[in-house]
Design a protein around this ligand. Structure first.
Ligand code: B12
Length: 217
């Protein structure tokens, strides 16, 4: 598929989101995308993520309401659910990654896509979703013992919650490798260095590359 075809599909998907047309959005993603040979990473990043960014711009500039943004995001959640069982998976590499948003962080779609990418690369993934309180995160880490904890932060004002999460987890598992990512680090670069946790990349592809380098898989 050419860049033009991807752009046409992205625009059509965005229109379906804005119309609140779930059936059409799924038809585009599955029938026009997946069935016509578009790769899952392309559908995740170049169609769904990219459309979400555009939804954010339209909302910020007051062209659409909060309700329309919710409608559009619910459609992307549905699309990701449909794609999930089609994820091409590398053989299991024996490593488990836990991926979670910090307390108060409601933006979970990015962490969800990141989780799907890690699964495609052969990692076993425990995706906790949005808004996980630090003490509950620490308890889950202690109980399920992942090999890596990846924390997602979108809003810069959730950096104190990230600090709290890192501290709580270090108390129960001092040696557990942790990594961070999400839009907050684009807007407030350098936070990760202060916390002593590495930034693992600006999108799901970079996260997978960093995780594979870390475990040499
Ligand atoms: C949908 C949405 C919401 C939804 C989220 C629903 C959900 N279930 O996720 C809701 C309605 C909850 C929401 C709320 C808010 N939002 Co909002 N939201 C968005 C929007 C439109 C899309 C988010 C999205 O789905 N992005 C697509 C995903 C796939 O991209 P991503 O998150 O960047 O994830 C990728 C990478 O960052 C990375 N990544 C993510 N996590 C991790 C973790 C690791 C370890 C690594 C390595 C990588 C990684 O990989 C991901 C996949 O490639 C964005 C616009 C945008 N530009 O993203 C605004 C946006 C993020 N929101 C914004 C704002 C202001 C808010 C609110 C403050 C609004 C308000 N006044 O209440 C609240 C804050 C809520 C909170 N407490 O967290 C602003 C932030 C601006 C800023 N500079 O701070 C944005 C940018 C909109 C805008 N253009 O102004 N929002």
């Amino acid at each position: 598929m050419t860049t033009d075809t991807i752009e046409v599909l992205r625009q059509a998907y965005l229109r379906a989101q804005l119309a609140g047309n779930r059936r059409e959005a799924l038809r585009l993603i599955v029938d026009e995308g997946l069935m016509r040979g578009l790769s899952i990473p392309t559908l995740h990043l170049d169609i769904i993520q990219s459309a979400q960014v555009e939804i954010g711009r339209l909302w910020q500039e007051n062209h659409i309401s909060v309700a329309q943004e919710h409608l559009a995001t619910a459609i992307s959640q549905l699309a990701l659910s449909h794609l999930y069982r089609h994820l091409p998976r590398d053989p299991a590499n024996g490593r488990t990654v836990m991926l979670s948003c910090v307390e108060g962080e409601l933006h979970e779609l990015g962490a969800r896509i990141a989780s799907d990418f890690l699964e495609m690369a052969g990692f076993d993934v425990r995706f906790l979703g949005a808004n996980v309180p630090a003490e509950h995160l620490a308890r889950e880490v202690r109980e399920s013992k992942p090999d890596l904890l990846a924390l997602s932060v979108t809003m810069s004002y959730h950096v104190p919650a990230l600090r709290k999460a890192v501290t709580a987890v270090r108390e129960v598992e001092p040696l557990l490798p942790m990594a961070v990512g999400g839009l907050a680090f684009t807007w407030a670069p350098g936070v990760e260095a202060e916390l002593g946790v590495p930034f693992f990349g600006k999108d799901a592809r970079e996260l997978v590359a960093a995780a594979c380098r870390m475990f040499e898989v």
